[in-house]
Write a protein that binds this ligand. Structure first.
Ligand SMILES: Nc1ncnc2c1ncn2[C@@H]1O[C@H](COP(=O)(O)OP(=O)(O)O)[C@@H](O)[C@H]1O
Ligand SMILES: [Mg+2]
Length: 583
């Protein structure tokens, strides 16, 4: 009886799939009346049940005196068979279970619910209640035995949903998913619970599982056909499918598994923190999020995960990805954001002259036969007022019905003109809810381009919400390497070495692991520096190029320490702050 917590008790009673009474692991043969008596008494909990009620459950005839006598005989007979009291006679003519000496699955169920172990609780309810009582001795018994498991289910399911609601407030989506899973197991026909589970799994980054849960639910017993579901449920399914397939910034770097299939490790706090601000934020005004970190630290990935979840929460999402080569193109970043059918509709709905200005910048929104409009002359960095107004109008209109996120990745390469548009917007925004997410490589001193100046100013302002991605800790690094090598299976020692060598940088970790699996990286142990993959070397070389004289000392220290240098240790050794070292 693995779902029965026998706290050292020799006697156990199983009502689900029973009643079965066991003493020292051996089943006791019961008469059908003994079985029914045990069921009724143990089914009524600690407070017990009066003898006269028990009689109503067991016998239809009305000879009170005779039945009281039969009841006493049954109790005595049970005591003999079990070798101990299994039913207690309480004052006021009541009978009760002997919970100190008898382990009972129904008691365990209540304990599980009490202690919030809802998955265990639901597994107890997986078996039918009292199937061995057949036929039921009375109509009264039958009614009770039919309704009790339903009541238990719904009580536990309500409890699970209450816990889920609490976890939702904390943005703890993995927990929401766990308890909702239990709620659905308890109440498998509830489509509202199914939707909540699908939503929670997706918010926890498990879209594939969310889709699988839907498939299981809608699969019909009759092979081939599908069960009808509410339109709300199928709409949610489609939304999850879209976000699961969606990579807002294009394919992520790295040659690991497709990003949407590999889990994101060690960023739960950052993710929950950002989501908490976004979804719990004000419905008006502009919020600025700054996501910084070194190359490969997972900025793009983190923002993608945020955006997927925001889409599920009905946010409109616009994205752009800046690149070094395109930073000379005026307005490149902002115009990149303004794509898609919704934007087109809004632009076409503007009045002139703003409509003409926008159409000149976004010629793909022109209808056939519409005359070509000369774009206004844009001097890099300076924005003609009309143009600013037009962009502001479009974005305001977009936020009028739905909260919106504009996410710009690699903002360190944003063109000067886009920067001034955003500068304007952050100062003058008066419209609906707009979340601006800018992700960028940690700013370098001495770089005076407009984007960097803007970021530096925002970093020191009170208003912006900052998330700086540090190295992944050891455990998530190991988990990432383990996931990547799960099919081939490698030594724990090698896993450990790869995790150390990757220095907590997910990109390094993925690349090094892939190299190792391809046989291009020796077992990365020993004093000599291993052959680093080209991609990793590129990132490192780029960083070395940018180093300041102050970093020479750091570099020397690094060389002495070899691969095991940790940032905090370096900071101590070179007498600098960790964030300074990262710059
Ligand atoms: N926390 C993480 N867990 C697992 N993989 C990650 C994590 N963060 C990033 N990755 C993966 O590492 C690679 C580099 O991440 P990316 O977001 O492109 O870095 P960045 O934008 O900071 O340069 C990508 O393949 C990404 O999917
Ligand atoms: Mg990136």
């Amino acid at each position: 009886m693995n779902d029965l917590r026998t706290n050292g008790q020799r006697i156990s009673l199983r009502l689900f799939g029973g009643p079965i009474l066991e003493v020292d692991g051996e089943p006791v043969r019961l008469s059908s009346y003994q079985a029914c008596l045990l069921s009724v008494v143990y089914g009524h909990g600690r407070d017990g049940i009066s003898r006269s009620r028990v009689i109503d459950f067991l016998w239809n005839e009305m000879d009170g005196q005779k039945q009281r006598h039969r009841l006493s005989q049954l109790i005595y007979g049970l005591k003999r068979k079990a070798g101990a009291d299994v039913i207690l006679a309480l004052p006021l003519d009541r009978l009760a279970s002997c919970s100190a000496d008898v382990a009972c699955d129904l008691v365990s169920f209540h304990e599980h619910v009490e202690k919030q172990r809802l998955i265990e609780a639901s597994s107890i309810l997986g078996r039918p209640f009292l199937p061995l009582v057949d036929p039921a001795p009375t109509h009264e018994f039958d009614r009770w035995a039919t309704s009790l498991p339903l009541t238990l289910r719904s009580t536990a399911a309500k409890r699970a949903l209450a816990l889920a609601a609490k976890a939702k407030q904390d943005n703890d989506w993995p927990r929401v998913a766990r308890v909702t899973e239990a709620a659905l197991a308890l109440d498998p026909e509830s489509e509202a619970t199914l939707r909540q589970l699908m939503h929670a799994l997706s918010m926890a980054g498990r879209q594939r599982e969310a889709l699988a849960v839907f498939d299981t639910f809608s699969a019909n017993e009759n092979a081939g056909s599908r069960r009808e579901v509410d339109s709300e449920t199928s709409a949610l399914r489609d939304r999850i499918q879209r976000t699961a397939d969606d990579q807002p910034f294009g394919p992520l770097i790295g040659r690991g598994k497709p990003a949407q299939d590999a889990r994101m490790y060690g960023r739960d706090d950052e993710l929950a923190g950002i989501l908490c601000h976004i979804t719990g934020g004000a419905s008006h005004g502009l919020t600025l999020h700054l996501i910084s970190g070194e190359a490969g630290m997972g900025k793009t990935r983190l923002v993608s995960e945020v955006l997927q979840r925001a889409r599920l929460q009905e946010f409109e999402v616009l994205t752009a990805n800046c690149s070094e080569l395109e930073q000379a193109i005026p307005l490149n970043a902002v115009l990149d954001c303004l794509r898609g059918p919704r934007v087109k509709e809004v632009v076409r709905g503007l009045n002139d002259p703003w409509r003409a200005v926008m159409l000149s910048l976004l010629p793909e929104f022109r209808e056939e036969g519409e005359p070509d409009v000369q774009p206004p002359y844009v001097r890099p960095g300076s924005v003609p007022r009309r143009l600013y107004e037009a962009i502001q109008m479009v974005v305001s209109e977009l936020t009028s019905e739905q909260p919106m996120i504009m996410a710009i990745d690699n903002f360190q390469w944003a063109d000067e003109t886009s920067v001034s548009v955003l500068e304007f917007m952050t100062r003058r925004w008066r419209s609906g809810s707009l979340v601006l997410i800018l992700s960028y490589r940690s700013t370098t001193h001495g770089d005076e381009r407009a984007a960097i100046r803007f970021l530096r100013a925002q970093e020191s302002s009170q208003e912006a919400i900052r998330t700086h991605l540090e190295e992944l800790p050891r455990i998530p690094s190991l988990e990432l390497v383990q996931e990547l090598t799960s099919e081939q299976g490698i030594d724990d020692g090698v896993t450990e070495d790869l995790a150390v060598l990757g220095c907590g940088n997910p990109f390094f970790l993925i690349e090094l692991t892939q190299e190792h699996l391809a046989g291009r990286l020796e077992r990365p142990r020993g004093p000599e520096v291993p052959n680093l993959p080209v991609s990793v070397r590129q990132v490192i070389t780029e960083r070395l190029r940018a180093l300041q004289p102050a970093a020479l000392e750091l570099l020397a220290t690094l060389a002495v320490l070899g691969r095991e240098a940790r940032l905090s240790m370096l900071a101590t050794l070179t007498d600098q702050t960790a964030s300074h070292l990262l710059d």
